[in-house]
Design a protein around this ligand. Structure first.
Ligand code: CA2
Length: 156
């Protein structure tokens, strides 16, 4: 059996990711967040997923989006940006949802400053993709889609 048609997936982006492509291109590349959304929407169209793509600079807004996804979405892809390394509250929200979670980062957080090696999100995520740039979002959605198909088959 294949996945339920039109499963909703939240793609959630944390603080400062709205600046992508406009500042620090040497670190984060030249692709904008709008372009990443287009990649995600194209994946959704091809794979029958409804992509709900969001960004916020506010921790509480991100937590509200996660809680909402727990009620209305089949899975979450999250780049929590700076909150990855600091937010127990966001981690607790993610832990409570009971749907598959794939963590994504544009950069390889293990090849950067020591404080970026700790991820509260990784503790509660099913998978982590980092260092693949914007393509990492497509990889994250590919894996999430695979997890959702397996869930439908009851293999999880
Ligand atoms: O590599 C990633 O995707 C990160 O989540 C990006 C975060 C960083 O704090 C994480 O450690 C790794 C930073 C997002 C800030 O994005 C900017 C983009 C352009 C200019 C300035 C910031």
């Amino acid at each position: 059996m294949s996945r339920a048609p039109g499963a909703r997936v939240l793609v959630l982006n944390g603080p400062n990711l709205n600046l992508l492509g406009r500042r620090e291109p040497e670190l984060y590349g030249i692709v904008t967040l709008d372009e990443i959304e287009s990649l995600c929407q194209a994946f959704g169209e091809k794979n029958d997923l409804l992509i709900d793509f969001r960004q916020s600079n506010h921790e509480g807004v991100l937590i509200d989006a996660v809680q909402e996804a727990g009620q209305h979405a089949a899975g979450i892809v999250i780049n929590a940006a700076g909150y990855t390394h600091t937010s127990v509250a966001l981690r607790d929200a993610l832990a409570s949802v009971g749907i598959p979670i794939v963590e994504v980062h544009l950069t390889n957080i293990h090849r950067r400053e020591a404080y970026r090696r700790t991820s509260f999100v990784s503790e509660v995520a099913d998978a982590l993709i980092c260092g693949a740039g914007a393509h990492g979002y497509v990889l994250a959605l590919t894996h999430l889609s695979h997890l959702l198909e397996n869930l439908e088959k009851g293999d999880r």
